[in-house]
Design a protein around this ligand. Sequence first.
Ligand code: ATP
Ligand code: MG
Length: 340
Amino acid sequence: DRQHDGRLPKASMRQLDAALAMLADSLMPTQEEKAAQLQAFEAIRSLLTARYPGARVHLFGSVANGLSVRHNNDLDVCLELGEITADDTAGKGEVAVVVGELMEAAGMSDVLTLPKARVPVVKFVVPRTGTKVDVTVNNLLACINTKLLADYCAIEPRLAPLVALVKHWAKQRAVNDPYRGTLSSYCYVLMCIFLLQTRPVPALPALQQLPPTFRRTVGQWTCEFCDEVESLRGFGAANNESLAELVWAFFEYWAWRHNYSHDVISIRRGACMHKDEKDWTRRIGNERHLVCIEDPFELTHDLGRTVDRQTRAVLHKEFTRAATLLRDAEDPLDALFAPY
Ligand code: ATP
Ligand code: MG
């Protein structure tokens, strides 16, 4: 059975690999773009520390973990205040209102404050550079998962180009919007890490299964993992799959191998879990658990919970389309990344 043998049966593999590598390269932000983002961050940090002198301000998300894609001008900033605890969503909401007013007064455009969201957030745009910013309050789990992702990136150089291609594909095919029932960028990164962990010859370890060298507690969650990236750098050397083979493996997995009725993907374990084990077997409120992706630290959080029956069908159709193109088309790239 061709579609299940796990190999890409095309002769033009080397050509495809070179084209994908070039595309991934062109998706990486330039030094100038990175400098502009860091400058915007410093400006926001100054505004926040002027209002909250004791606070710490962190950069997290893709700009911080080395997984940002060009022209996606999105900066994730965390304001850390000692007096607000991890579980105090109301307190975070109140701070968000103050930060919203502060940014308004500082001349930011399109300021939108969402104090009642699961993670209270202030969204705005820096007028001069057009940088879109999300400021969250004491979003420490996100800062820690940013470090985890950065460490995975540092261990395996194929992760960043794979993520760039998958994020670009998801954006082009309009399946990168958790507010509309598809998946977040963060979710796609976890899917890429999981793929590399679960190759027949693994290209990444499961850092949370190794003796921990990094430990933090955030509210009820204990975050522990091995962050000795220097000593793990050669981990993927025995896996000699090319970027093209990994891209193919990604889509092939989500098109034809993933068992949507039973499986939960877990980068914490570096393996699939069964939905029974998480009690993610039925719909509870808006949490449908139709595509299950475990957050590495907030273990009750299914990142696929935003997917409903209709959007799962859309996602599956897109995964299958991509895998079929890679398998059958002579020159699949234009179609693969064609805008939906
Ligand atoms: P992009 O390049 O598209 O901005 P990103 O990697 O920054 O992608 P975002 O979706 O912007 O991803 O999320 C920013 C960060 O916020 C993630 O790196 C992660 O640390 C955290 N995060 C986002 N969504 C969640 C979530 N649902 N649960 C926990 N943490 C999340
Ligand atoms: Mg982001």
